[in-house]
Design a protein around this ligand. Structure first.
Ligand code: SF4
Length: 471
């Protein structure tokens, strides 16, 4: 489809929020490229400024507004012939309020309106382009014009959009609409195309990965689920790691865990947000499970025949989280069975059920609890890393380190991009996307230092520190 040609536009993007929003931005980047327009990385040079916003929690909303206002100043300083576009979740959440409060913004596009940018660039779009969300709302497919950015050999693939779950603290179902999954053949076709372009790792994302396919029946599609998808993706030659993000505890089946532990190309890694441990708090959060379910799941992961790295997220300070409940969570974290942890203080989000709940926890208390758990986790992870000294790992090279041009950086199978720490490769040569064998010679709370000289012994001071810590 070649649009009615207008003078090539120069388009500048800012992408905020989560990896799912990044994929949406990449669809818009691909659309700009397909039109023959230019992507520029200087807003002064651009005639169209696009912010793909996040509207999940207070801090994200503030960042989105600040970014839009910064670009509005650049637009004003240029005499105002630039177009300012506000896309994504914040536009989806507050279309009319934003339209009234931000006269500087020329166009609003919602979280499923990426293709609406076409009309904006053609100069034919109305100001308000935010559409209602439904099961039929737009979800990209393998034919969508997508221009990935980032390291090139590792890319996110969104397998589904939206969410049907009732979690009390979460506004996402209102921002992203109901669950809608992409058929397996479509995802396989996209991943094949990415692998042909050099992708070695795909990080599968959705709001809830484990309800993949539950909407197929009512759409008259073949009944498939996440396990079927992994079986299909595991056949793709050239793919090294298929990484799973955002599983739901009660939908994390034994079959799924066995594929994570057993399938050659599925990374031995699982990101499953548990949110809390305490049964009372989980009930108040409307998560639909109990402490026993959380402990059973973690046991099942640890009982797998091979090591599976566990990432999770906890939410502290949710209404109903008294001292005792928090201490139960803290004791659980102190058991050291979680490899990678993110802890967030609850944020009162209007339009969510939890926002109406009594027995609040002061935000400073929630922040202090989050900081305490993250500090505890840092010490536990340092201990775990010290136990890896001398271990030989497979490391995927991401490129030259930002820390030093003499260092390469990469990740082992247990480290997802951007969130789980890095492996700094202190010797040897390798290209982006290469998989190298490397020995752990030094460690920190967050990162590892590895050597491609497999005969090299770990650094003395690292061994001493590990011995002292073990005492
Ligand atoms: S599963 Fe995740 S996205 Fe869905 S409502 Fe719950 S927290 Fe929100």
């Amino acid at each position: 489809m070649r649009a009615q040609m207008t003078a090539p536009r120069k388009v500048y993007f800012v992408s905020l929020g989560c990896p799912k929003n990044q994929v949406d931005t990449e669809i818009m980047l691909g659309l700009v490229r397909e039109r023959g327009d230019r992507l520029v990385d200087d807003p002064e040079e651009a005639d169209t400024l696009v912010v793909n916003t996040c509207g999940f929690i207070e801090s994200a909303k503030e960042e989105s507004i600040e970014t839009v206002l910064e670009l509005a100043q650049i637009k004003a300083a240029s005499g105002g012939d630039k177009k300012l576009v506000m896309a994504g979740c914040l536009s989806q959440r507050y279309p009319s309020e934003l339209a009234n409060e931000l006269p500087e913004v020329d166009h609003f596009l919602g979280s499923a309106d990426m293709l609406g940018l076409q009309k904006v660039l053609q100069g034919e779009a109305k100001r308000m382009g935010v559409s209602e969300l439904s099961r039929r709302a737009y979800l990209y497919d393998a034919t969508a014009p997508r221009q990935t950015y980032g390291v090139g050999h590792s890319n996110y693939v969104k397998i589904a959009e939206g969410c049907d779950r009732p979690c009390g603290f979460c506004i996402i179902p209102k921002l992203r609409g109901p669950q809608r999954s992409r058929p397996i053949f479509d995802i396989v076709s996209e991943v094949h195309a990415l692998v042909e372009q050099g992708t070695k790792e795909v990080c599968l994302v959705a709001q809830d990965l484990t309800t993949y396919g539950t909407d197929f029946k009512e759409r008259g599609l073949a009944p498939n689920n996440l396990e079927d998808l992994l079986d299909a993706l595991n056949e793709i030659e050239g793919l090294k790691w298929i990484r799973l993000h955002y599983a739901y505890p009660t939908a994390t089946t034994q079959g799924l865990l066995e594929r994570i532990a057993g399938h050659e190309r599925v990374a031995s890694y699982l990101d499953v947000p548990l949110q809390h441990l305490d049964t009372g708090v989980l009930k108040a959060m409307r998560r639909g499970y109990t402490e026993k379910v959380v402990r059973d799941l973690v046991d099942r992961i640890h009982d797998l025949p091979s090591r599976v790295w566990l990432r999770t997220t906890m939410l502290v300070g949710h209404p109903g989280e008294d001292e005792a409940a928090y201490h139960r969570l803290r004791d659980f974290i102190s058991e050291g069975r979680i490899d990678h942890l993110g802890v967030f203080p609850w944020s009162k989000e209007d339009g969510t059920a939890s926002a109406m709940r009594p027995s609040r926890v002061p935000f400073e208390v929630a922040e202090a609890r989050a900081a305490e758990l993250m500090e505890m986790q840092a010490q536990l992870r340092l201990r775990r890393h010290q136990g890896m000294l001398g271990e030989v790992l497979e490391v995927m090279i991401d490129g030259v380190s930002e820390e030093s041009e003499f260092l390469l950086e990469g990740r082992h199978e247990g480290q997802a991009p951007d969130i789980d720490g890095k492996c700094y490769v202190c010797d040897g040569t390798a290209e982006r996307g290469d998989i190298v064998q490397a020995r752990v010679i030094n460690v920190g709370e967050h990162d590892l230092v590895v050597s491609m000289d497999l005969e090299r012994a770990p650094d003395e001071e690292a061994l001493e520190a590990a011995e002292d810590a073990a005492l």
